[in-house]
Design a protein around this ligand. Structure first.
Ligand code: ATP
Ligand code: MG
Length: 423
């Protein structure tokens, strides 16, 4: 274990006001409290943390009692969200990992060893060991400016290594999502995977099929919407976890066909948008990644005699249904994904009477972007995109102007939200 306090590693201004206040308040009430995990890791890497988590010796009720604006959330394990200004600090009680001697209490696991519930409280040492990666098991006391690094996380950060804490295969069996996390951090930080951390993935990757579909989609968002989707996709593929992540049948087409080029363009396009601070929607990337599967089925239906537009619609419906069995894509994204597919043959037709309606379609821009990628990768020629470029220049105010009912419904929402609320 190493603790350092001689010259402060970080300045108070490196932390958000909310994080500082939460730590101070908990310590004032006599509890231990630290900023933990990703924020400490990112600060050591010289990056701006995207949010702050706090770990404490206080239990959820005690945490709640310390703050006016706090609520207990989480099923798999309880977390307290403390709201401070526009920020939400996620506060967790020190927990210990799952082992047989403790399993009577409040931890529960499935036959494969997967943790279903994990609310056994423990000490800071135990809390560090139940975390996923050494680089995520760092604690910083913002009052005394002390770093607590029990497991060599700082050395791994300096050496650029992603290392699972404990036996990798056991830790993956407990929670297969950790395999995705390992890959995500490897790709995002451009770190090497430590050898056992890497090799154990081949033993346990089939367990990814048992992950509840909603949790898998949460993880999907973190994998693909964070600006590093292209290297992440490549690493997922290299470790053969792409199929368990994206679904079986539809992925066959996805991997077999010459779709690779279209997918990698879509991924790079998404990463570039994130880098430029432009908005990204999962709907576009989902539509692009599953496009080969959808197109494949649409062609089969058309060959059986369904009219083109209808064939695309039925195919989209079927593929979306199949994918959602596995990956719980929220309706607002799956409907948008289907709209983007439906628009493909309609853009192709260029019917004069429909031009304005299509331009105004909520998902016109995304559909047009997919069309551009297809023209680049499917040898389609560029007449169609040239036509729609012209129409957009002629009627710029129309583009995407039709709101969906869903947007209107969402307008009233203003509660601050953490970007990712699941662990
Ligand atoms: P990010 O920058 O992506 O938010 P993070 O490290 O903060 O990275 P979170 O998903 O916010 O990641 O999780 C917060 C902390 O909780 C992690 O740093 C890690 O210590 C712990 N953690 C998260 N998921 C797991 C898991 N599946 N198993 C063990 N520990 C986990
Ligand atoms: Mg985090």
């Amino acid at each position: 274990m190493s603790t350092e306090s001689s010259s402060p590693l970080f300045r108070a201004s490196d932390f958000s006001r909310g994080a500082l206040q939460v730590v101070e308040r908990l310590q004032h009430e006599g509890f231990d409290a630290f900023v933990v995990g990703g924020a400490v890791r990112d600060l050591l890497l010289g990056k701006q943390p995207k949010d702050f988590d706090v770990a404490t010796s206080a239990n959820p009720e005690q945490i709640k009692d310390c703050f006016r604006n706090a609520r207990i959330v989480g099923r798999r394990f309880q977390i307290v969200h403390v709201r401070s200004g526009g920020e939400i600090i996620e506060v967790t009680t020190f927990r210990r990992g799952h082992d047989v001697s403790h399993s009577g209490q409040d931890a529960k696991s499935s036959q494969s060893g997967r943790l279903l519930r994990d609310n056994v409280y423990g000490t800071l040492d135990e809390d560090a060991r139940r975390r996923d990666l050494t680089i995520n098991a760092l604690y910083y006391d913002t009052e005394t400016h002390t770093l607590i690094d029990q497991l060599g996380g700082r050395t791994d950060i300096e050496a650029g290594i992603v290392r699972i804490i404990g036996d990798p295969a056991d830790r993956y069996r407990e929670d297969p999502v950790r395999m995705l996390r390992v890959i995500r951090f490897g790709a995002r930080l451009q770190f090497k995977l430590e050898s056992k951390t890497e090799t154990a993935i081949s033993e346990t990757r089939s367990l990814l099929r048992d992950i509840p579909s909603a949790r898998l989609f949460d993880e999907w968002l973190k994998l693909f919407m964070n600006g590093f989707s292209a290297p992440t996709f490549a690493l997922l593929r290299a470790h053969e976890v792409l199929i368990p992540l994206m679904g079986n049948g539809v992925c066959d087409a996805l991997i077999r066909t010459s779709a690779e080029h279209l997918q990698s363009l879509a991924l790079r396009n998404t990463d570039q948008r994130v880098a430029d601070g432009r908005p990204v929607t999962p709907a576009f990337l989902l539509a692009a990644l599953y496009w080969p599967a959808t197109e494949h089925r649409a062609s089969a239906l058309a060959e059986e005699g369904e009219p083109t537009i209808q064939a695309m619609h039925s195919s989209g419906q079927q593929i979306a249904h199949d994918v959602c069995q596995h990956l719980a894509i929220p309706k607002r994204f799956s409907l948008a994904m289907r709209d983007i597919w439906d628009l493909q043959p309609r853009l192709e037709r260029r019917q004069p009477k429909k031009v304005k309606d299509l331009l105004a379609h909520r998902w016109f821009r995304a559909a047009f972007d997919l069309r551009l990628l297809r023209e680049e990768t499917e040898a389609l020629g560029s007449d169609c995109s040239a036509f729609w470029t012209l129409q957009q220049q002629q009627f710029p105010e129309l583009v995407g102007s039709a709101r969906s009912r869903h947007d209107d419904h969402r307008k009233g929402r203003s509660r601050p939200q953490r970007r990712n609320q699941s662990k």
